[in-house]
Write a protein that binds this ligand. Structure first.
Ligand code: MN
Length: 452
């Protein structure tokens, strides 16, 4: 399974748009992607880059993620948690790899988007960096924004996590492979937060249910997906240069920092390659950030209450700061324990609502309804001041750098759940409108968004 298989699958589900009119990667594509979230767009006529197609909004809805992983939307978190636990090793390809079909001379040949007007320049945003720990031989894959500086130089934001550790351990001279044009499972795997030493490609393989074929780098000692669309073999050097400003997940310009200069050794692509774009602070971005944290919350709450139904980092909370957890309540107080566990499971979370298993946690109205009906504000709120939370929280205390967290227990009193449920019409779930309509009327209701 690679990006192309996924695009075929999306097309078969009527969620793919081929854009044949000319469009520029400078500002135009970003706007286009923002206005078409929820469907995948392929730009076939890219101004200034006739040899490339650009694909964007690859995972711009939970429905698309569910499609990519072959599960229902509600099962994504379980699938992610399972893949993180039951990983599958990658397999090595010894024949020629598709990603080596063509060679490029310059980074400037890539149709890299410039998205927000005050971004420092053209940023690659859906690209993953793979590197190897020289001591253990273990690889790491993680997603980083990368600014194109020249024909053969880049600079990325390398947060002080696993890749940065490897870079420091290597004496600040680290061979890397930057891959672009990836199946959603690889993007999701690369976005997970696991412990150091776990190769996230093995999580991606488990998400796909089969080993991802990898190939050896030609100029770097790194193995990378053989079916990526583009690979940039490069070295992270000990020279530091300015990176940023750039709009990040909070939707605001991130500051300028000194980051390691990356020097390119070789660039390879497939025949007729796709370049994969991702709009920063767009749905794609929120989904990759949020979905990959939900399994941590799930595991933590599972440890505190017997049965967890669902976990969702809400869109209104930037898929990062606010969450909803649904549980099957077995004892009075389960809701409170679930709050404590959920806040611990994702330390950046500022507010969590815990509710019963009958609530559709993806529906903000259903969640608010549960809060309205099942909360007694004198008993069902836990406030935790002076905690360590997210630096993305604009209300973080500027002096102590601490945050206030809140949990709301919106579970019904034990054993009384049926008193809190809305009355249903007779056969409400199975009632089929279409039976009473002709084709024209069905089409009309479709344009109104009433029928799918
Ligand atoms: Mn890692």
């Amino acid at each position: 399974m690679d990006l192309r298989n996924y695009l075929n699958l999306v097309e078969s589900q009527n969620k793919l748009l081929h854009v044949t009119r000319q469009i520029s990667p400078l500002f135009e594509m970003a706007n286009f992607l923002k206005k078409t979230e929820g469907i995948v767009s392929v730009f076939e006529n890219v101004e200034g880059h006739p040899n490339f197609k650009v694909v964007g909004n690859t995972v711009s809805s939970r429905d698309l993620v569910a499609l990519a992983l072959g599960v229902r939307k509600e099962e994504i978190v379980l699938k992610m948690a399972d893949a993180m636990k039951n990983r599958i090793s990658v397999s090595e390809v010894h024949a020629s790899a598709p990603v080596h079909q063509r060679q490029l001379k310059s980074l400037l040949e890539l149709p890299v988007l410039w998205s927000y007007p005050k971004d420092r320049g053209r940023y690659m945003t859906a690209s993953a960096i793979i590197a190897k720990d020289q001591e253990t031989g273990q690889q790491n894959i993680s997603i980083h924004r990368l600014l194109v500086l020249s024909e053969n130089e880049l600079v990325g934001r390398i947060v002080e996590r696993h890749l940065f550790n490897m870079y420091q351990k290597s004496g600040e001279e680290l061979e890397i492979a930057i891959v672009n044009g990836l199946h959603p499972a690889i993007l999701l795997g690369a976005s997970t937060s696991t412990e150091y030493g776990i190769d996230e490609l093995t999580i991606a393989s488990a998400l796909l249910g089969e080993p991802i074929p990898v190939t050896k780098g030609k100029t770097v000692d790194v193995r990378y997906p053989a079916h990526a669309e583009i690979v940039i073999e490069a070295v992270m050097t000990s020279e530091y240069v300015d990176e940023g400003p750039f709009v990040d997940i909070a939707g605001k310009y991130d500051i300028v920092r000194k980051q390691p200069l990356i020097k390119v050794k070789a660039i390879y692509t497939r025949e007729n390659p796709y370049y994969q774009a991702l709009l920063s602070a767009g749905e794609d971005h929120f989904i990759l950030m949020g979905i990959t944290q939900e399994p941590r919350i799930l595991n933590s709450v599972k440890n505190a209450v017997p049965e967890v139904k669902g976990v969702y980092l809400t869109r209104g909370g930037s898929s990062w700061l606010h969450g909803v957890v649904s549980i099957k309540k077995r004892a009075e107080g389960d809701g409170k324990n679930a709050i404590l566990a959920a806040l611990a499971g994702h330390p950046s979370m500022k507010c969590v609502i815990v509710t019963d298993h009958d609530v559709d946690i993806f529906d903000p109205i259903a969640v608010e309804h549960a809060v309205a009906m099942r909360v007694d504000w004198s008993k069902d709120v836990i406030i935790v001041p002076w905690a360590k939370g997210s630096s993305l929280d604009p209300m973080r205390d500027p002096v102590t750098k601490t945050n206030t967290k809140i949990g709301i227990d919106a579970t019904a009193p034990l054993g009384k759940l049926d008193e809190f449920q809305l009355a249903k019409l007779k056969d409400e779930e199975s009632f089929d409108l279409r039976k009473y309509l002709n084709d024209e009327q069905i089409d009309f209701l479709r344009t109104q968004g009433i029928i799918e």
